[in-house]
Design a protein around this ligand. Structure first.
Ligand SMILES: Cc1ncc(COP(=O)(O)O)c(C=O)c1O
Length: 450
């Protein structure tokens, strides 16, 4: 039975059943595992999350960019049920199965570049990033990895080192893995010389960092999110990534694109690199790829991926058959329903409204940015002063939650309000969600037109 695509406020949010469950959570789950909105979900589908109190919330978060095809997408449900009934695990490294191979074939077909590719499958994004770094070091015989300000690559020991932000990801979890170097990110809104000079100056700063702090010959890989996710949905200026890619190629440095958040139709193309015509040597994927089941991948040039000795990559669960079946069904859904086009439609709905909001509140909305169904507003307290206003982001977030709209914030300064709706969401829910967000925003800034 499909879930009705309507917002329902049956109780206050969170309701009594959710509050009971939250009390059990506090008594049983580590406090280190935080919860953005303690509303306990019972069912979900399309653009709706239904909670245990009968509330139906509009989903503008997709479980952090995962349920791109929607929750319980019909093809995914059917494929997972079939696979669970057939077999759930053999370990691909012991006795393999077709689904793993088929996912790797799809990755070769869809990721940027027409060159020969190989993939390896893992369970989480962080694990994929760890393995991309392993492969890059092994292939090049070099140690250093260059990452960027505002980067987010995960929470394992190596990926904490690759991630930029201290709180909450790294605070008192060190010491961190070595041979990680950080370059300035091409962040147009906050570039000291202004957005017009950002591409040029950020490229120069990157080259200088590698040359002076690392040495080109010591550098195995440059690792970058083509559009940064947790760091604030930062879209570098056009051409910057292509210059970085070209320079890396000249130096024999591998370019690893972390498309864990941006990949699989989210930005309006298969991958964010596609918008820039950039072909990375290695690409990491996870999240949207598998319709909600845990699956991640490293895909790369055949000669790079095949340079690793047998047994050097893998893990007990990596490429689990149920997750692979789910991924094949999710990708089929993206193709059959042209979800890349849907992401572009969502951008066309959101952007004019976010721009209008920025015009209404020029002192509070500093920037509107993003691509496809990965969009954000950066909130400030003083317009051109660009002082981050995390308190405003939090206030709007709480007001949206109370009205049954699930939203997420992000950013190094916690002041970016981001939108990641499932691509299966209908136009009515999109419009209603935006109405709720705008009303929450107007109320939070005092309802006055500035
Ligand atoms: C760009 C990027 N890389 C890596 C990760 C880590 O993925 P996971 O949480 O599956 O380990 C994330 C998760 O948000 C991400 O956005």
């Amino acid at each position: 039975m499909s879930l009705s695509q309507e917002r329902i406020l049956a109780t206050e949010i969170p309701g009594p059943r959710s509050r009971e469950l939250q009390a059990r959570k506090v008594a049983a789950v580590s406090a280190g595992v935080g919860t953005t909105l303690p509303v306990y979900v019972e069912r979900a589908g399309g653009g709706i999350l239904r909670d245990v109190d009968g509330n139906q919330l509009i989903d503008f978060g997709s479980g952090i960019a995962v349920t791109t095809v929607g929750n319980a997408a019909p093809r995914v449900v059917e494929a997972v049920q079939r696979q669970v009934a057939d077999f759930t695990h053999t370990c691909f490294m012991v006795t393999p199965y077709e689904e793993y191979v088929a996912v790797c074939e799809k990755l070769a077909e869809l990721t940027p570049g027409a060159h020969e590719k190989r993939s390896a499958l893992f369970n989480s994004g962080a694990e994929a990033v760890e393995n991309a770094v392993k492969v890059a070091r092994h292939h090049t015989g070099r140690d250093a990895i260059v990452v960027f300000d505002h980067a987010y690559h995960g929470r394992t020991n190596l990926t904490m080192a690759l991630t930029a932000k201290n709180m909450p990801y790294k605070h008192r979890f060190g010491p961190f893995a070595g041979e990680v170097y950080r370059a300035p990110m091409a962040y147009p809104y906050r570039w000291p010389g202004g957005p017009e000079k950002c591409a040029e100056e950020a490229f120069d700063a990157f080259v200088t960092t590698v040359h002076t702090q690392v040495g080109e010959d010591n550098c195995a890989a440059v690792l970058i999110e083509p559009i940064q996710g947790e760091g604030g949905f930062i879209v570098p200026p056009p051409g910057w990534l292509a210059r970085v890619a070209e320079w890396c190629r000249e130096q024999g440095i591998l370019l690893i694109a972390d498309e864990i958040q941006t990949g699989f139709a989210r930005t309006g193309d298969w991958f964010a690199c596609d918008h820039e015509g950039v072909v990375p040597d290695l690409i990491t994927t996870a999240k949207g790829m598998a319709g909600g089941l845990p699956l991640a991948a490293v895909t790369g040039r055949a000669e790079v991926m095949d340079s690793v000795h047998a047994g050097g990559l893998g893990g007990t669960y990596g490429g689990n058959p149920v997750a692979c079946a789910s991924a094949l069904a999710a990708i089929e859904t993206m193709q059959a329903e042209d979800l890349r086009a849907r992401a572009r439609e969502i951008e066309a709905v959101f952007v004019p409204r976010l721009r209008a909001l920025a015009e209404r509140h020029p002192d509070r909305v500093g920037d509107v940015r993003g691509r496809g169904a990965m969009l954000a507003v950066e909130l400030v307290s003083d317009g051109h002063g660009r002082t981050p206003d995390a308190a405003l982001a939090g206030q709007v977030h709480r007001a949206c939650s109370a009205q049954g709209l699930v939203t997420l914030t992000c950013g190094t300064f916690g002041n970016v309000f981001r939108f990641l709706p499932p691509l299966a969401i209908g136009d009515d829910l999109l419009a209603e969600g935006l109405d709720l967000f705008e009303a929450a925003f107007d109320a939070a800034v005092g309802g006055k037109v500035e």
